[in-house]
Ligand binder design. Structure first.
Ligand SMILES: [Zn+2]
Length: 534
């Protein structure tokens, strides 16, 4: 940074200034808020303007801050106050990253001491009375209640302390994206937008409820990060949560107001499934633990929306496989659909793994059928698909595919003579949808053949609902390993031909079955022979 003032200081004066800043910042770096040690960090300390001079900041000590040099070099905004806020968010991201997730509003609220209390209130037909006793604010506030003319829901507006606000993960399962940094900067520059979040309270036996925020997460989080302690909220009173859930799902699907990725839609679908199960049990007076009804019973019960009900059931199956904490393939799946790091897109996973291996119809066996002995058909299906994904992750991706090299222009780079790790190239090529689609078909065939050899009659559509014995798992693993070692995946000369562009499924089916392309180019030394490969 250029500073006339600092340039004029001699070494002694500069040390005095550093000491003074160090004390006033309580020995912490202005950006990362970790300790600065004046001895250990002696040659790696910067003095910088908090507000850059070109944005009107003064060039004098009132506008100076002390930072680690490395923090100053990698700061995410020119203004150091903004840089510090973004650094806090980055730290939060590192923390939640350990659980393989990104931060949501709940994490931000917790970081700033929010999300502590339920809101106490009483309610009449046209007003709501509340108080904030936990914060020592015992005054009783009367707030008018309005009716939303479209939905019929009652609501009120309030500016509520963050201690009383909570994130609703059920209606809004999304996390906060990197675009939060733009919002933080915009708000920091005092440019307001439609800040108001949507929330709701539920009236139950007693007059307290969490205020759950389900929309406007990013704007709420940006305000909290900027140190705002009270947020404006439109609070629905005892709304039909199901309608809010549907509204939020539609915002991301039919209305395309929010860029939902597909896996989030699935997650919402599964929340709706859980909801319907609860409603079914309540309406039929079933006990908490009573799952003695089938998927088919649910579809029948919710007649008016049987098609949706079926979708919710399948969404829940997909969702629990995708987000299972033991899913090793997950790290290689791109959920946004536009990334250039990960080899598999979520949509490819749906079109292959999920469409081949999940039974696409509803089951007539009870949801708890054979659950105790570990042979519940849906559970077994989920576990075994997960197991297959893990085998594939271990054989093809882990320690082999490198997210830092990514997927961007791989074939072009090979054509240009660039040397890339061949393990990476193999994994990349085997992940292409039209290729994966074909070789996963062989996996089904191996499984079917195995059962046929055992003389076991099976229903092909329910393949993964039959228990796979150990020898079958070994065959599958050997097949994946042998397939992965075929020379074509690392043959760089093929980058101009068979791997040069996107081909269709039939093209690769032809290669696997005949060893050559439909145009006659030899790609494999011989057609795929399953007996040899297992
Ligand atoms: Zn620092």
């Amino acid at each position: 940074m250029g500073s006339l003032y600092l340039n004029r200081l001699n070494a002694g004066e500069r040390d005095t200034l550093i000491n003074k800043l160090h004390r006033s910042q309580k020995n912490k770096c202005f950006i990362c808020e970790e300790s600065i040690d004046l001895v250990l960090h002696k040659d790696s300390i910067d003095i910088d303007h908090v507000v850059p001079t070109k944005l009107g900041g003064k060039d004098d000590p009132s506008n100076y801050a002390l930072t680690h040099s490395s923090c100053n070099r990698s700061k995410q905004a020119a203004n150091l106050e903004v840089a510090r806020i973004l650094q806090r968010f980055t730290k939060l991201k590192e923390q939640t990253g350990k659980d393989n997730r990104n931060p949501n509003l709940n994490d931000v609220l917790m970081l700033y001491g929010g999300s502590k209390y339920e809101l106490p209130f009483t309610c009449s037909s046209d007003s709501i009375e509340c108080s904030l006793p936990e914060l020592g604010k015992n005054e009783i506030v009367h707030i008018p209640l309005y009716t939303d003319d479209l939905s019929g829901f009652k609501y009120f507006f309030a500016k509520l302390p963050i201690e009383y606000l909570h994130h609703d993960e059920k209606i809004n399962p999304r996390s906060i994206g990197q675009n939060i940094s733009k919002l933080v900067e915009e708000f920091y520059r005092k440019r307001p937008q439609l800040h108001i979040s949507l929330g709701y309270i539920a009236i139950e036996q007693y007059s307290r409820s969490l205020v759950r925020i389900f929309d406007g997460q990013h704007k709420a989080a940006a305000q909290v990060l900027l140190g705002i302690r009270e947020l404006p909220v439109r609070v629905f009173v005892d709304p039909d949560v199901d309608i809010l859930l549907t509204a939020n799902t539609n915002a991301g699907t039919t209305l395309r107001q929010v860029a939902f990725d597909k896996s989030v839609q699935r997650h919402l679908g599964s929340a709706l499934y859980i909801d319907r199960v609860e409603r079914y049990k309540k309406d039929l007076n079933l006990g908490e633990e009573d799952f003695n009804f089938s998927e088919k019973d649910l579809v029948k019960f919710f007649k008016g929306e049987s098609r949706e009900m079926k979708r919710y059931i399948l969404d829940a199956v997909r969702d629990s496989i995708t987000h299972n904490s033991e899913n090793k393939l997950k790290d290689y799946i791109d959920f946004g659909g536009r990334g250039k790091e990960r080899p598999l897109s979520y949509s490819t996973v749906e079109k292959t793994f999920y469409s081949f291996f999940i039974y696409q119809d509803v089951l007539e066996t009870a949801i708890n059928y054979q659950l105790e002995n570990g042979e519940n058909p849906r559970e077994m299906e989920k576990e075994q698909i997960l197991e297959l994904m893990n085998i594939i992750a271990e054989e093809i991706y882990i320690g082999k595919y490198d997210n830092d090299i990514g997927t961007n222009r791989i074939e072009n780079r090979l054509q240009a003579g660039e040397t890339l790790p061949l393990k990476h190239v193999r994994a990349f090529r085997m992940s292409k949808e039209e290729i994966l689609w074909n070789w996963l078909k062989y996996v089904s065939q191996i499984i079917r053949n195995f059962f046929i050899m055992q003389g076991m009659p099976i229903e092909e559509k329910k393949l993964f609902q039959y228990k796979f014995p150990l020898p079958l798992w070994e065959r599958i693993r050997v097949f994946v390993r042998n397939l992965n070692s075929l020379p074509l995946w690392s043959n760089t000369q093929l980058s101009t031909t068979v791997f040069g562009g996107k081909q269709n499924y039939e093209y690769w089916q032809h290669i696997f079955e005949k060893g050559k392309t439909p145009q006659g180019q030899q790609v494999l030394p011989e057609p795929i022979n399953l007996m040899k490969m297992i």
